[in-house]
Design a protein around this ligand. Structure first.
Ligand SMILES: NC(=O)c1ccc[n+]([C@@H]2O[C@H](COP(=O)([O-])OP(=O)(O)OC[C@H]3O[C@@H](n4cnc5c(N)ncnc54)[C@H](OP(=O)(O)O)[C@@H]3O)[C@@H](O)[C@H]2O)c1
Length: 330
């Protein structure tokens, strides 16, 4: 009898999650009902929000010990009771950290055969690409001449944000965790200069690289980098708060930047939740697809093979060791 291998949360991590926090389980193969399909997972997206789900702090809900880890996947329909999704069709769905999943037709999004590799439906054409576009184009309104600062600049969101801003004529300053990542940012992502956060003083370097102040800061990390960027804002600087990479592995949260700083700079601060932009995904894709086809937009993916290796890949993501959008290939 075919079974369904699943990755289960075994215990809530303290600090960076490790493979010890997870276990593999074999469950019976699920059966699709009316207007539903059975899918086999081909690619699984690993994302920082999963760390918040297992800490019970995410707006999409909580994953507790004993639960299958959730996540977005590109999956192949292997048995169909829904005419619009025949066997062999690739779909984007919330398949989770498991080999098989069942979905109603209304919860599936067909992945076109032209999406190559299909994992792009989870990265540049997926949630991380949409986050980058929503944050920088729709929320911050980045325009030519802006000085834009982006941390985690070679990551899933940061790498697309940097390229989109550079394509609009902005001057992009990246921040990344290694010299190799900084080199990639400058050579491949349109970044003018990149600060190596582990060996350079970020505050000092921001002052040197943005002498007229920062027009747009895309905060993907929180912590000391957010404080440094707020100290260096230009008048009417825009800050888009998108993530807390420096804090997800901690139990506590650090206080935000001093309001006086933001008042003096007439700063415009906005929070970003990508779910709010789901109905504009096609609009984003319309802009993004020609750029991809012309080679003006690139996506580096950090691909790990094998479902059983997902916990180790997640550990790398949550400790800043990954390089590009993190994907598990099954
Ligand atoms: N608001 C939304 O709707 C939304 C949607 C999607 C993602 N996000 C957020 O966007 C951020 C990036 O997500 P992603 O999927 O693209 O991940 P990612 O950038 O591919 O990976 C995370 C990166 O964060 C950096 N980082 C790790 N620890 C850090 C620390 N202590 N200080 C500064 N930087 C640190 C590391 O890059 P370096 O080592 O190179 O610095 C690491 O590679 C996350 O905060 C995520 O939660 C938000």
């Amino acid at each position: 009898m075919r079974t369904n291998r699943q990755i289960i949360l075994k215990s809530t991590p303290r600090g960076v999650p490790t493979p010890d926090n997870f276990t593999v389980r074999s469950a019976p193969l699920p059966e699709p009902g009316a207007n539903s399909v059975l899918c086999r997972t081909r690619y699984l997206s690993l994302d920082p929000y999963m760390r918040s789900q297992i800490a019970g702090r995410h707006l999409s809900g909580t994953v507790t010990a004993g639960d299958v880890m959730r996540g977005e996947t590109v999956s192949e329909v292997v048995h169909s009771n829904a005419a619009s999704f025949p066997p062999g069709q690739l779909v984007r769905c919330m398949g989770g950290w498991q080999e098989y999943s069942v979905h109603g037709a209304g919860d599936l999004d067909a992945v076109q055969a032209t999406v190559d590799p299909p994992s792009y439906a989870l990265s540049v054409l997926g949630m991380t690409g949409l986050t980058a576009y929503a944050g920088m184009i729709w929320q911050a309104g980045v325009r030519a001449g802006d000085c834009v600062v982006i941390p985690a600049v070679t990551g899933g969101v940061g790498s697309i944000a940097a390229q989109l801003c550079a394509l609009r004529g902005a001057r992009v300053i990246g921040i990344a965790g290694s010299a190799e990542k900084c080199r990639h940012a400058v050579e491949s992502l349109g970044v003018t200069a990149c600060i190596e956060r582990r060996s350079e003083d970020v505050d000092t370097r921001l002052g040197e690289l943005c002498p007229d102040g920062i027009d747009v800061y895309f905060d993907l990390v929180g912590g000391p980098t957010l404080h440094a960027a707020c100290r260096r804002l230009a008048h009417y600087g825009r800050v888009v708060l998108g993530g807390l990479m420096a804090e997800y592995n901690r139990d506590d949260r650090s206080p935000g930047p001093a309001p006086g700083l933001l008042i003096a700079k007439r700063a415009i601060v906005s929070g970003l939740v990508v779910y709010d932009y789901e109905d504009r995904r096609d609009e984003y894709k319309l802009e993004c697809l020609p750029l991809l086809a012309k080679g003006k937009l690139h996506q580096r993916e950090d691909v790990t093979d094998g479902l059983e290796n997902a916990p180790a890949a997640f550990q790398r993501l949550m400790s800043g060791q990954s390089f590009g959008k993190v994907i598990v290939r099954l």
